[in-house]
Design a protein around this ligand. Structure first.
Ligand code: SF4
Ligand code: MSK
Length: 625
């Protein structure tokens, strides 16, 4: 087992890891160690269990089998495995989007007490994109029609997704030309699963092209719908002050933590936490108040809209429980380790699963639906307050760090004075060299938060604006990069621009589905310059990714023209052809590629070189990297 210093760069993680050892609690890092050595066939993508003539594997050293029982070679097997990852990621985010559309429809039908349309303006602008007439119509009638039109995007009646219209014209023409324009959101995932069934698509190139289309159906479809409907129902985010790390838990208050991805449950929990009756009950039980905190992307959703503090990111979720300070953790879905129920059992924490599609060992299941959510949230917050008296020893070893979150595209453009022009001017003048979206998870294979923070620091030092989402956003906030004073760590140009605007050099754009905000911002910049996204000095990075959703995000970034550097290697090295296509060949297809570089210092160099190359091609000043 590595030392705590080698496991995480953050003080709260290290101190809580020591605590878990003292408490005899097993964590993700111990389980990762116990899995060593991990399977080399799976790591290289060379194992296949798609049918039960197998499982099969290909010997990468050429001494054992070179084809599966059906005759599939390394290229087919690797491509099929990657495509199934993309399909699973697209299904996850897009299903999350569908759940929000169902809430929108329930609100419109008057069947979702407690929920309402918080942003009519956004509803109307999205309605216009969907061709829904708004003049003289009641808000709920518009909401019903928008929900209906979005549901159509999930199906097979359309030739292309509605929100693709947000992409630059040149990009849409390119997608059309190469045959990757996504049609229905569910359709592309379903077709991906069909094509990867034994005996269907055995062209590794055609499989990967469908992988691009499937990822695009999420980025410009399901995930984009998730973000838009969240904004309509819960408000378009605007900059909010907040605090981060495990120190946001309060020794003197009832602590409730929300975890997962979908804001539908957590928004109702927040409402209940503000109830005067429940606050009075908390005081009766000896607590000074009710403190709601988030982890992972459900937390990001609340942070973006309400400034709710974040206790940690993916690899902190087990450690947060080991403080002994959490009265209740409520989970919805995605990135929730099945170990959490067991860990909570070592403390007084009550663990509640809330989604009909996500159950976990050691958790009580209390299902939320639009019609019962308000009532259920009040009941559960009451039970959390009552649990305060069962609390034993508490260990909250750090003080929270300040941060600012809530930078939707609307907020960024607002800060720029209503148009992206000032940002473009700063890029043209070379004060800002370019921008990078850093996204994704933590992974025990990479020192916790090291990839995120090191890469962000190196980029801002070199006058590159960073926008981040998901678990990265907590890492950079904990490192102090998300306050206006962080401009002191930026290069002179970025410092000047961010200083004048009063914004940090690392902007928090939200949760994992909110990566689509990066696509929208990139499109606005491309349109303003009259070029394609792939011409811009932009890049994406996922320095510590682990999930299938991150594979999908990376793929829709690349398919949208954004060069993307991954930290951990995806399981593709078993096929030189697939690796070649992803890292070089795609340039000729979509004008962007993947790169893989686990060392964030080297990743920063790759990205800077890419950005300077794009600047040069645009006729802007460039430097040798
Ligand atoms: Fe083996 Fe082919 Fe079946 Fe895969 S699909 S398990 S390679 S026989
Ligand atoms: S929560 S997908 S670990 S970013 Fe979105 Fe974090 Fe990755 Fe989950």
């Amino acid at each position: 087992m590595a030392t705590f210093e080698n496991i995480s760069i953050t003080e709260d993680a290290r101190l809580l890891l020591e605590k878990t050892r003292r408490d005899g609690v097993e964590t993700v890092w111990q389980r990762h160690d116990a899995q060593q050595p991990q399977c080399g066939y799976c790591e290289t993508g060379l194992s296949c269990r798609i049918c039960i003539m197998g499982p099969c594997r290909i010997d990468p050293f050429g001494e054992g089998p070179q084809r599966g029982v059906c005759g599939a070679d390394a290229d087919i097997i690797v491509a099929r495995n990657l495509c199934r990852m993309i399909a699973a990621g697209a299904a996850s985010h897009s299903d999350h989007g569908r759940d929000l559309v169902e809430v929108l429809a329930a609100v419109a039908a008057g069947k979702a007490p407690g929920y309402r349309i918080r942003d009519e303006q956004k509803l109307k602008s999205v309605a216009a994109e969907y061709g829904v007439e708004t003049d003289g119509k009641d808000t709920l009638a518009i909401a019903a029609e928008v929900a209906d039109a979005m549901m159509e995007d999930y199906g097979m009646r359309r030739k292309s997704l509605t929100l693709l219209s947000r992409a630059p014209e040149k990009r849409r023409q390119l997608w059309e030309k190469i045959g990757v324009t996504p049609r229905g959101i569910d359709r592309e995932t379903s077709e991906m699963m069909h094509r990867t069934h034994m005996g269907v698509d055995n062209g590794w190139q055609s499989l990967l092209l469908q992988g691009l289309r499937n990822a695009l159906s999420d980025g410009w479809g399901g995930s984009m719908i998730a973000t838009e409907v969240s904004d309509i129902l819960f408000g378009v985010p605007s900059p909010k002050a907040t605090t981060v790390n495990v120190g946001v838990l309060r020794e003197d208050q009832v602590n409730i933590v929300v975890h997962g991805h979908n804001p539908v449950v957590s928004e109702m929990i927040l409402k209940a936490c503000e109830s005067p009756d429940l606050l009075a009950l908390a005081r009766e039980k000896g607590a000074a108040g009710i403190n709601l905190a988030g982890v992972c992307c459900t937390g990001n959703e609340l942070l973006m809209r309400h400034g709710i503090p974040m206790a940690g990111n993916h690899l902190m979720t087990e450690l947060v429980l080991s403080t002994g300070a959490v009265e209740m953790m409520l989970v919805d879905y995605q990135c929730i380790m099945p170990s959490l129920g067991t860990i909570a059992g070592c403390y007084h924490t009550r663990m509640i699963s809330t989604s009909d599609k996500a159950r976990f060992p050691g958790m009580e299941h209390r299902e939320f639906h639009p019609d019962n959510a308000e009532k259920m949230a009040a009941e559960l917050v009451r039970e959390a307050v009552e649990n305060f008296t069962r609390r034993k020893q508490v260990y909250i070893p750090v003080q929270p760090v300040n941060a600012v979150g809530g930078f939707s595209v609307e907020a960024i453009v607002g800060a720029l004075g209503g148009t992206p022009e000032p940002l473009l001017d700063a890029i043209k003048a070379g004060k800002i060299r370019g921008a990078v979206g850093i996204v994704g998870c933590n992974n025990p294979k990479i020192k916790h938060d090291y990839g995120h923070v090191t890469l962000s620091r190196r980029l801002i030092e070199n006058d590159i604006l960073v926008v981040d989402t998901g678990c990265v956003s907590v890492a950079t906030a904990k490192a102090g990069l998300k306050v206006p004073e962080a401009i002191e760590m930026a290069g002179p140009g970025l410092k000047e621009v961010c200083g004048a605007l009063g914004i940090p050099p690392v902007l928090h754009l939200g949760s994992c589905v909110d990566n689509v905000r990066i696509l929208v911002l990139a499109s606005a910049l491309a349109d303003a310059l009259g070029v394609d996204i792939s011409d811009l000095p932009l890049a994406g990075a996922a320095p510590e990714w682990y999930s299938e959703k991150a594979a999908t995000i990376g793929t829709y970034f690349v398919a949208s023209g954004v060069y993307t550097v991954l930290g951990p290697m995806p399981p593709v090295t078993g096929s030189a052809n697939v690796v070649g296509l992803l890292t070089e060949g795609l340039n000729d297809v979509v004008g962007a590629t993947f790169a893989v570089e686990p060392d964030p210092e080297k990743a920063a160099m790759l990205i800077r070189r890419h950005i300077e190359g794009k600047r040069k091609a645009l006729g802007l000043s460039s430097v040798e990297v």
